[in-house]
Design a protein around this ligand. Structure first.
Ligand code: NAP
Length: 387
């Protein structure tokens, strides 16, 4: 049966945003996805850039266990700061459940207390179907909107992806604007689930919600230590496969990637400016990285390769996958290469006038992926991930 994404956009009619929000300094923030890659850096930025208490939705059996997990997670990214930690509160829950799996009384307390919501949690998985992702990515957003509406309206800052535009309708000469609505003819469960979430958000906005959408490019490690929590990503998997095959494909392609700490800092700073509310922002690196620069960075990290035509490399990958069908190095790459918008495929041209303006007003400039930063990334991969 074909999936009709439009019919998936069903917002409970009782979710209504009656009162207009007055935007003061937030005292209480609700954050999802703090135990993830971007979410950890969002939490750090929120703690540094506001004085607010941050209530983090964490999948955990108890507050104590969630707290221990979050502490370990922040330590992993070298973000743990005991002086700020007292402003973190763990809310046990699960996005895939009604009311996000939050106890009724806690949900009511949050509905009454929270000033603003940052929604970063999602199942970020390019292998799963829409059906598999729906409960967390779509119904989770639905329940989050229920929280945003209850008692008094709270603005929502939604983390999305530029990939919502990777559909045939947007392969046009005119760059995709931040004000454009993504076309529905989109392939891939993950992108589809983000499309439906964005559509739910638009429906809620039509009912009075104040919301901003941040569509980011591929996130890479942070600029201080290069730690990358996104290693299941296609680019990371591809680099690892090259290291193991000792071959790289000769490809003329640019890859857009943005350091996660910059993305988080930019999102939080932009979100705190009233004039940025009710807008969408395309956050991509103005200086894309050529595949050859990544290849050079691998060589600088003392990996040695044979450079071969793409088809030869594909054949080599196929052989390696057949020889090791359960390999976690080759199989994911082989699978992802089947996607029509795979790593090296052309992407629709993008415009980011609104993001440029907002970033310039805050004196924020996206770090260039220069040799030093790429070295930091490769050194991190070399320390563990590439083994
Ligand atoms: N990474 C990128 O390159 C990229 C690019 C564009 C957009 N984005 C968007 O940015 C956001 C964050 O991505 P990320 O890379 O940080 O992802 P991530 O590292 O995989 O983190 C996902 C987060 O979502 C949480 N989560 C998943 N299912 C949940 C559920 N049922 N209930 C509650 N929490 C749940 C995870 O919690 P657990 O720890 O319990 O699993 C984790 O905290 C996503 O919305 C994604 O679409 C990411």
């Amino acid at each position: 049966m074909t999936l009709d994404l439009t019919s998936e956009v069903q917002l409970d009619p009782t979710i209504q945003f009656s009162s207009l929000t007055t935007l003061n300094e937030p005292q209480h923030i609700f954050l999802t996805g703090a135990s993830g890659f971007l979410g950890a850096f969002l939490l750090d930025s929120l703690l540094h850039q506001t004085q607010a208490e941050v209530h983090c939705l964490i999948r955990c059996p108890s507050e104590a266990e969630g707290w221990a997990r979050l502490k370990k997670h922040l330590e992993f990214y070298q973000l743990w700061n005991p002086a700020l930690a007292q402003r973190i509160h763990v809310v046990p829950g699960d996005l895939s459940k009604p009311l996000m799996g939050i106890e009724d009384s806690v949900f009511d307390f949050l509905a009454d207390t929270i000033d603003v919501i940052y929604h970063s949690a999602a199942q970020v998985n390019s292998f799963y179907s829409y059906k598999a992702l729906k409960s967390t990515n779509v119904l989770g957003t639905h329940e989050l909107l229920r929280l945003a509406a209850k008692q008094r309206s709270k603005p929502v800052h939604f983390m999305s992806t530029l990939a919502v535009f990777f559909s045939p309708a947007h392969f046009q000469e005119e760059p995709v604007k931040e004000t454009d609505v993504p076309d529905v003819a989109l392939k891939g469960g993950y992108k589809q689930s983000k499309w439906v979430s964005e559509a739910l958000l638009r429906e809620a906005q039509a009912r009075g919600l104040q919301a901003s959408v941040y569509r980011t490019a591929r996130l890479m490690g942070d600029t201080r230590v290069g730690i990358n929590g996104n290693t299941q990503d296609f680019l990371c998997s591809m680099l690892k496969a090259c290291v193991h095959l000792q071959q790289v494909p000769a490809v003329d392609a640019n890859i857009n990637m943005m350091a996660v700490d910059f993305a988080a800092q930019a999102i939080v700073k932009m979100s705190l400016q009233v004039e940025n509310l009710n807008r969408a922002f395309h956050l991509y690196n103005p200086t894309p990285t050529h595949w050859n620069e990544l290849y050079a960075a691998l060589e600088a990290a003392e990996y040695h390769f044979e450079r071969v035509p793409f088809d030869t490399w594909l054949e080599r990958l196929k052989q390696a996958t057949q020889a090791e069908p359960r390999s976690r190095t080759y199989a994911p790459v082989a699978f992802l290469l089947r996607s029509p918008t795979f790593l090296f495929a052309p992407k629709p041209p993008m415009d980011n006038a609104q993001a440029q303006q907002a970033l310039a007003a805050l004196n924020l400039e996206c770090p260039v992926n220069n040799e030093a930063l790429l070295k930091l990334y490769m050194d991190y991969f070399k320390s563990d991930f590439f083994n």
